[in-house]
Design a protein around this ligand. Structure first.
Ligand SMILES: *[C@@H]1O[C@H](CO)[C@@H](O)[C@H](O)[C@H]1NC(C)=O
Ligand SMILES: [Ca+2]
Length: 363
């Protein structure tokens, strides 16, 4: 039951970010749109395509997990301290110095896809006395141990981290230095990085030097289900989270110009150090998205060989301000409008008062 609700919510949510008008509205404004399409067809073509989706079983990890790791016929393989139970694939138990991973055996050759990750992070540790987090991968490499949430550093592809320990903050705190508010963040923090094989993940700085962006996500020790949603469509990377138990996706990151080659592997990994947590994967569901492309678009899209992100410098400079200024602009406009409205109302009241008074004066 919960699963179906979830799905339909996800589905309706899915069409929403790019298309400003809802379906109902779209229906009402059908003829308006038709004429707009006729006039500006290129513009509409970008975001208005209907998308169909198909669950790809060979790239999805779902219950029951019996065969996972133990059978060669399974699409998934376990590594390190990871183990399956009836309820989850536990990447690490709540114990020190563990690392584990689960990897898809089959390379993914889809152009447009979305991954819905149902996960759970829980443990005995109090806030910030737990670690280190988990990661979801779409990479060239697979089944390699390492320091980046249990995966190899200098990876090639996409990593999405749920980082539960604020290394940089703790480090600066220990030195009795303050972090600037600009870089301060609340953990757990979801962060995305695209590696090209030569870029390293800076663990001490929680990945700040190479981040594409991210968001705070209070995901530990929750009673309800927590989900991460990664969508890759037309080279646009969108990450959303559903962690409040409301079956609603919240935006976390949305970046165009992300170039990821085809034929990489999906996986998930986790690591604990001095501090620990249970890092559980309950499901990873991969959907193929069918996006209509024009002939011209097909021809323009050259094959991607090395992962990269367009205008990365620009993005970095604007990571915090960019998000803020959009929001700030929104509120500025909103409050200006409200202000104008208020002034208008006050003006009308004063005017009616004045005219009443002046009328009284005449009598
Ligand atoms: C990887 O990215 C870095 C930083 O953007 C760049 O300096 C480097 O040349 C890239 N390496 C490859 C192999 O593309
Ligand atoms: Ca960290």
């Amino acid at each position: 039951m919960a699963a179906t609700t979830k799905q339909s919510v996800a589905k309706s949510r899915r069409t929403f970010p790019n298309v400003i008008c809802s379906r109902a509205m779209a229906k009402n404004m059908y003829w308006v749109f038709i004429s707009i399409i006729v006039m500006t067809n290129r513009c509409w073509g970008d975001d208005g395509h209907e998308m169909e989706e198909f669950l790809k079983r060979e790239h999805s990890l779902t219950k029951p997990y019996q065969a996972v790791g133990s059978s060669i016929s399974s699409h998934w393989e376990l590594m390190g301290d990871a183990m399956t139970t009836t309820e989850q694939v536990r990447l690490t138990p709540d114990m020190q110095s563990k690392q584990g991973a689960v990897w898809n055996r089959i390379p993914c050759h889809l152009k447009d896809w979305e991954l819905q990750v149902h996960f759970k992070i829980h443990g005995q540790g109090k806030k910030n006395l737990n670690g280190d987090g988990l990661a979801v991968w779409y990479t060239k490499e697979r089944m390699q141990k390492g320091p980046v949430f249990g995966n190899t550093d200098f990876f090639t592809g996409l990593g999405v981290f749920v980082d539960t320990y604020p290394n940089e903050e703790k480090h600066l705190e220990a030195q009795k230095r303050r972090y600037t508010p600009r870089t301060q963040r609340i953990f757990p923090y979801v962060l995305a990085m695209v590696g090209n094989g030569t870029l390293g993940y800076d663990h001490e700085r929680d990945g700040r030097p190479t981040e594409l962006g991210g968001c705070t996500a209070m995901v530990r020790n929750l009673k309800h289900d927590t989900f991460l949603f990664i969508r890759y469509v037309r080279r646009r990377l969108t990450i959303m989270i559903d962690i409040d138990g409301q079956h609603e996706w919240r935006d976390c990151l949305d970046i165009p110009g992300v170039k990821l080659p085809e034929g990489y592997y999906f996986g998930a990994s986790a690591i604990t150090g001095d501090l620990s947590d249970n890092h559980d994967m309950i499901s990873m569901k991969l959907y193929q998205l069918t996006v209509l492309r024009s002939k011209q678009e097909e021809e323009e899209e050259e094959e991607i060989l090395i992962p990269s992100v367009d205008n990365l410098e620009l993005l970095r400079g604007d990571v915090s301000e960019g998000g803020m200024s959009g929001l700030a602009l929104f509120f500025t406009v909103l409050f200006s409008l409200l202000g104008c409205f208020l002034l208008l109302v006050i003006g009308l009241v004063l005017y009616s008062h004045w005219s009443e008074n002046s009328r009284k004066r005449f009598y």
